[in-house]
Design a protein around this ligand. Structure first.
Ligand code: ZN
Length: 270
């Protein structure tokens, strides 16, 4: 499976060919391009808490959801807190309005309800989408380094198998654009947390630098965690795009020092 670039009506986005081939679902990863916001939010800002003009954000949602074929009136999202909390959601969790107050803290959402659009935000952290085309269950996950260390992707797979009866070997995973091994330079705390989480499997994904710092491959660590959860290697697609390397295409929290909009990943069962 691969994650490739698409463009519909002037709105660029990324999608996984394996999800499209399986059918029964729409999904996409946004970029910062193709929207109407200006300044630091130029132009496809889909973050509702970044200080952007709500009228622009609403128009961006309309453009993006129209381009990818998802329903912008059926969105579920969360207050993301870098946890391993995964919520199972239904139509009852759909936001009445994009700017309605968001009470629930979580970094993963799972549903088996067609039409419910699961949304996670990111700008360096990894957006991860999961889809079981057999049991027809979808999940959206936000995995920063803390969530990665806490096992958010394994928690999402466990919700899919325990709560919805999915079989791990049927689940497809797409790890979207995020900060990559080229740019994710950290102190010891990050590699230590990864080694504690997955043991020696983390070692090939951590590169010590002469400065005493480390480069950490968060995408690789999440891919390993997904295989530990029972997914087949061939069912895991990883985007090659690094948000820190491509400032014209993505917001990077690090590169912008927090003055930025947000990308989203969305998945919706048909
Ligand atoms: Zn990079």
């Amino acid at each position: 499976m691969n994650i490739t670039d698409h463009n519909t009506n002037g709105v660029p986005y990324l999608a996984c060919d394996g999800f499209a081939a399986a059918g029964g679902v729409v999904h996409a990863f946004s970029t910062r391009l193709g929207g109407v916001s200006s300044g630091i939010w130029s132009s496809m800002n889909l973050g509702t808490t970044r200080g952007d003009d709500p009228a622009c954000v609403r128009e961006n949602y309309h453009r993006f959801f129209t381009a990818v074929g998802a329903d912008e009136t059926r969105i579920v999202m969360s207050n993301q807190i870098h946890s391993s909390i995964v919520r199972t959601v239904t139509s009852a969790d759909v936001k009445p309005d994009l700017y309605a107050e968001e009470a629930d803290e979580a970094d993963g959402l799972v549903t088996d309800v067609p039409g419910v659009a699961l949304v996670v935000f990111s700008a360096d952290c990894l957006p991860v989408l999961l889809y079981d085309p057999v049991r027809r269950v979808a999940a959206a996950v936000h995995a920063g380094w803390r969530g990665t260390a806490a096992g958010i992707v394994e928690c999402a797979v466990e919700k899919m198998t325990r709560h919805y009866g999915c079989r791990a070997e049927n689940i497809l995973a797409a790890i979207g654009p995020g900060i990559s091994a080229c740019c994710f330079e950290t102190h010891e705390d990050v590699p230590d947390a990864m080694k504690q989480a997955i043991g020696s499997a983390a070692l090939p994904l951590i590169r010590p630098l002469e400065s005493g710092k480390f480069l950490v491959d968060l995408k690789g660590i999440n891919a390993v965690r997904l295989t530990h959860a029972g997914l087949a290697r061939g069912h895991i697609a990883v985007s090659g795009d690094c948000t820190a390397c491509l400032p014209e295409k993505y917001w990077s929290h690090r590169v912008t020092q927090g003055r930025r909009g947000s990308q989203i990943a969305v998945i919706q069962l048909l």
